[in-house]
Design a protein around this ligand. Structure first.
Ligand code: SAM
Length: 444
């Protein structure tokens, strides 16, 4: 029996039969930004491909200038960040459900009209041209008519809409409980750029010093590699919340410490800067290269970079401390990766937690008696955070709660159990932060 394709996250199916990803060369002049954005959004919502993977798959991206790729990335991310709202805005103007590629074009148009500073005539004209290039000529009139009406209404179209609620899939909203609204509200904004400054390093000028020592720059700050101090290894990019788990491991110079899931290496760098002998374990070959490159730029040559599966790797001698930044659903980084909202499913979480428990048990076996473990995930899901902390205790690890003093600079992030829980709405007025959970344990 032939099974029907699963519906896309928009709940809609393609109905054109045309290869929507192939530009119609007889159409209007090339517009690489919107061609690439189309490929990305379609890749995410129709094929459940991650944004970066969709970008790699985009034929238009292969020949595009870096600045067009960057602009396309931003446009596609804006569509994905506001997709629920944009669909709601479109609803009154669509008598019938359009084919999915047409909806993608419309979403790109609405994102430019309502969430980016594109002049209305340009947003409409480029969307019509995009429809033509994508072989959607019969729908060009519809795209033109609908977007002109959205443009005429302007920002009023957003009045009365519960944007945070519309822009998050219901299963995620429900899973965040009482934090859902502050989290979802923060997800509507591009995240700032945070840097962790190495000891003795100079931050680039103009940043804001955040609790915990990170230095923050507004979203859309110049290319990272162009900022002063990049080449000298004075700092590295790391969200302020991501810098907390390694701090809370509190390693001392000379301690033997493993970072079990290490690439791209932000936390490895913190442990190395604290003077520890670091074993950085990473399973993915491609990510190992990035880890090595980052450590080389920072001049942290003494780290033992090991290409291995942390579930089976064992140190020659028991370790003093371990940071387990476990692979997870990464819902805490949706601000940066809004595609994740439309790709992940509830059942993916259960698959992740099995792996997290395996890594927790492996970490326990690597520690010396009394050795410390910080378990961390960039997830907002309690199954991967709070529930795993309970599972760690069931594995025989002894809870070692963070004290109020240790988190004095961010007291709202300390739970009554002595765990760390951050979310994007925390310090929201100053740009928020990624969602992280961390808990500390000792081996008996
Ligand atoms: C959340 S990221 C780690 C981020 C990193 N700690 C940092 O701060 O830059 C997870 C990493 O763990 C790696 N990984 C996943 N499972 C692993 C395993 N079983 N053993 C080693 N590395 C693993 C992934 O390839 C990925 O690079």
């Amino acid at each position: 029996m032939k099974s029907s394709p699963s519906p896309s996250p928009t709940g809609r199916r393609a109905r054109t039969g045309r290869p929507a990803g192939r530009p119609d060369r007889q159409g209007a002049s090339a517009d690489p930004t919107r061609d690439i954005a189309f490929d990305i959004v379609e890749g995410v919502i129709a094929h459940r491909r991650m944004l970066d993977t969709s970008l790699e798959h985009s034929a238009a991206a292969r020949t595009a200038e870096p600045r067009d790729r960057a602009a396309a990335h931003r446009l596609a991310a804006t569509v994905l960040r506001h997709m629920g709202t944009a669909n709601e805005v479109l609803a009154p103007f669509l008598k019938r459900e359009p084919p999915e590629p047409v909806r993608v074009v419309l979403l790109i148009g609405v994102a430019q009209l309502l969430f980016l500073d594109t002049p209305p005539h340009a947003a409409v004209a480029t969307s019509v041209a995009l429809a033509r290039r994508r072989g959607l000529v019969p729908f060009a009139g519809l795209v033109n008519a609908v977007l002109r009406r959205v443009a005429a209404g302007g920002a009023q179209a957003l009045e009365g809409l519960d944007q945070p609620r519309l822009d998050v899939p219901p299963w995620l909203w429900q899973s965040w409980g009482r934090l859902a609204r502050p989290i979802a509200t923060a997800l509507g904004h591009e995240p700032p750029l945070d840097l962790t400054i190495r000891p003795g390093g100079e931050p680039p000028p103009g940043g804001e010093l955040m609790p915990g020592g990170s230095v923050r720059f507004a979203a859309g700050t110049a290319k990272v590699a162009d900022l002063p101090g990049f080449a000298e290894g004075a700092w590295w990019v790391q969200d302020m919340a991501a810098s907390l788990p390694a701090r809370l491991l509190d390693v001392k110079p000379g301690e033997r410490v493993a970072d079990l899931c290490a690439a791209p290496g932000g936390k490895t760098a913190q442990l190395a800067c604290a003077g520890a002998e670091v074993f950085a374990i990473e399973r993915e070959g491609r990510r190992i290269e990035r880890l090595r490159a980052n450590l080389a730029r920072l001049g942290l040559g003494g780290v033992h970079v090991i290409h291995a599966d942390a579930a089976t790797w064992r140190p020659e001698m028991p370790l003093d401390a371990i940071l387990l930044d476990a692979p997870c659903s990464a819902t805490g980084t949706i601000r940066r990766h809004p595609d994740a909202m439309w790709i992940k499913r509830l059942r993916d979480i259960a698959t992740m937690t099995e792996g997290q428990d395996r890594l927790l048990a492996a970490a326990r076996d690597m520690l010396r008696p009394g050795g410390r473990l910080v378990y961390a995930v960039c997830s907002l899901q309690p199954e991967e955070g709070e529930q795993r902390a309970r599972a760690a205790e069931a594995l025989g690890l002894i809870a070692d709660p963070f004290t109020p003093d240790e988190l004095a600079f961010l007291p709202q992030a300390r739970t009554p159990e002595g765990w760390l829980r951050t979310h994007p709405g925390m310090l929201g007025a100053r740009g928020g932060m990624d969602g992280f959970f961390a808990a500390r344990f000792r081996r008996a």
